[in-house]
Unconditional design. Structure first.
Length: 213
């Protein structure tokens, strides 16, 4: 039987996906720092203008790795747990008027709740984060977009896709046994940072030297 894209066929495969999610999350860092630059007229909360997330303007597409990150966030982040069903209801509404195609098409983003992106600081699609108020991208934005593509290529070769957010969320949020099961990139990155900090403080502690000769 052919193995599903990114399915947990082996520990090694799971580790590759986790490493990809951590790198994806790291690529968001420069974009959050960019939003602190008042000269670029970002909204004070760093969110995308909600009008840009609605059907009149929104054609955002995401990659497989980004959709896995979002699906994982809904199963493990405490403030998102239990909200997956309402997101899937909105996904269903969007799917009633968009087609299963790679082409850009307009839709209400199912992740928009009360004018805010539900995954803003957690698992936000790179392009949503990289978009400047004038619709363009900075050099940091371009770098993060390239990194996203590179990470998908490393995991899936040429078998990954860009599709409208509802199509990709339907693929991964409805398949709890597949690659969407596990921790999201931001959680994994924070855990990795904690381990590295503990290791660094142990190596700086004179009591943890090389021991008696
Ligand atoms: S993921 Fe968030 S920022 Fe991107 S279109 Fe949806 S609500 Fe807007």
């Amino acid at each position: 039987m052919p193995r599903k894209r990114g399915s947990r066929g082996s520990t090694a495969r799971s580790q590759q996906i986790e490493a990809g999610l951590v790198s994806l999350d790291r690529s968001r860092g420069p974009l959050f720092r960019e939003k602190e630059d008042e000269g670029k007229s970002f909204r004070p909360d760093g969110q995308r203008d909600p009008v840009r997330c609605q059907r009149s303007e929104n054609k955002m597409r995401i990659s497989d790795l980004e959709a896995i990150d979002i699906a994982r966030a809904f199963s493990e982040k405490p403030h998102l747990r239990g909200k997956g069903d309402e997101v899937l209801q909105r996904v269903g509404r969007s799917l009633s008027y968009i087609g299963d195609t790679h082409k850009p098409q307009r839709f209400d983003c199912p992740l928009l709740e009360e004018g805010k992106c539900m995954v803003h600081r957690i698992a936000k699609p790179i392009e949503c984060l990289a978009e400047l108020p004038d619709g363009g991208f900075s050099s940091d934005g371009h770098r993060s977009l390239e990194r996203r593509d590179q990470l998908n290529n490393e995991l899936y070769g040429n078998r990954w896709e860009f599709k409208a957010i509802p199509l990709m969320l339907a693929r991964y949020m409805m398949d709890r046994e597949g690659p969407a099961s596990g921790k999201s990139g931001s959680t994994l990155r924070k855990e990795q940072n904690r381990v590295e900090q503990r290791r660094a403080s142990r190596s700086n502690d004179p009591r943890q030297g090389s021991g008696p000769a």
